[in-house]
Design a protein around this ligand. Sequence first.
Ligand code: 6PG
Length: 253
Amino acid sequence: MTATIRHDHVGEIRVFQDIASLVQTAAERFVELAAQAIDDHQRFLVALSGGNTPRPLYELLATDAFADRIDWTRVEVFFTDERCVPPDHPDSNYLMARLAFLDKVPIPPENVHRIHGGLPPTDAALAYHNELGSALSRDGRLDLILLGMGPDGHTASLFPGSDALEEKDTDVVAIYVEHMHSWRVTLTLPALNAATNILFLVSGARKAPVLARVFSGEMLPAGLVRPDVGTLTWFVDQEAASLARVQARAQRA
Ligand code: 6PG
């Protein structure tokens, strides 16, 4: 059983009983949006997040039940953010996505646009600005951005208090994340908010306190994601939703 509600601050919220049903519905949504975009403008531009939450979705997309329903030759994969490590490093978001599904589906290698985490961070950001820019000058918008949220409310690599949150004119930046002692490259809020569809995936009790804060309107980075014209949807499981006031409303819906 799932419940769907509309929320003033954060768009549509769907609460799922468990991560398995969340992932199943997310995979269906991915297939639908791919078909719509390909029908509309011959290509499906999707930006992927790293972290653990989307991994089972990526794995499901690689199964015959889903992979056979997608014209992978028309899918262009981008990334919301990357850790500044080489592409074969265990922390690489690109490596995670490659192992989970990109190596298993018939997507042409040139359709996978990774952030070059092995370059000096500002060079990687500039290179990605150019790569994303040339795709968007042809296709206009990213059709789908998949986002996760950390327990501190960060999304992509936009952390609370970061200067990157103030970026208005740049679509990709390199940032040094003090508390992680590491560099990352990330899309900025204007780049995220320009997408046609944004889907957050959030699961587990560890995320419950921060989800409650975001849904109550606190301006944490994930709460600043508000598409200019596109759709914003949150897929959350019951554990993650357990402290958010929407849970009570969702169960009544
Ligand atoms: C990354 C991300 C990041 C992630 C959140 C949630 O590279 O780490 O893109 O924003 O989505 O940290 O991560 P989990 O899904 O692992 O909780």
